[in-house]
Ligand binder design. Sequence first.
Ligand SMILES: [Zn+2]
Length: 254
Amino acid sequence: MDIRKLLGLPDLLDVRSVVCVQPHPDDNEVGAAGTLLALAERGCKIVFVTVTDGGAGVPNLTMSREEIVEIRREERLNAGKLLGVSEQLELGFPDAGQYTEQEVVQRLIPILREHRPELVMTVDPWMPYEAHPDHIKTGHAVVHAMLFSGNNATQRGAGEPYTVPQIAFYASSHPNTYIDVTSYWERKLSAILAHKSQFENAEWPLLSNFFAYQAQQLYQAGHMEARADEVRYAEAFKLLSVRQLHFFPTALYS
Ligand SMILES: [Zn+2]
């Protein structure tokens, strides 16, 4: 029984508005740039929310934290332009620093109520072995905000209550949705490379090969049609309705 179908929720590529919440300035590109390009092409409105300032992504030790933050902001805006993002919001929490999930939730609820997206996208905080506190806090804050943004008693005065109907986690170890991004692959790599401070370095050939290998594996995992001589790429998501985010033991297997 597919609860998303029972609820009449649209497929991932059919949503008309999405808010993508990323811990750091480059996560949305690495996790979902191909799918976001496909969505933008279909006229979907895409809003990016970046939780931290990226100040811990150190390109070289002579730079101040403020300089790094400024460079990463610039790179993030450039990457967003390549993807057709219509609005970028930044929460400015310190990258790898001291802040709480609750503080992020308080900032996210008014954003969800204002933008009223059909879908929220973010990192999967339940990925086994995920050790980065910003990723864990961001993913948890997003699902927490989703559960309570429609609640009248939560953050009264911070916008009209609204419940986002579904969520897509990228970087998930339990994906249930595969998107063919073959025709967007080069543009995805360009969007990732817009984050020059993070990716324009000696490791890029190795890393880009790894991204390609991983995406080919996901294409196979998605059981999509392909000729033997074709190289095809996919991105994978765990797509859940908001109802599956609470007291729903089978969500893992959906
Ligand atoms: Zn990150």
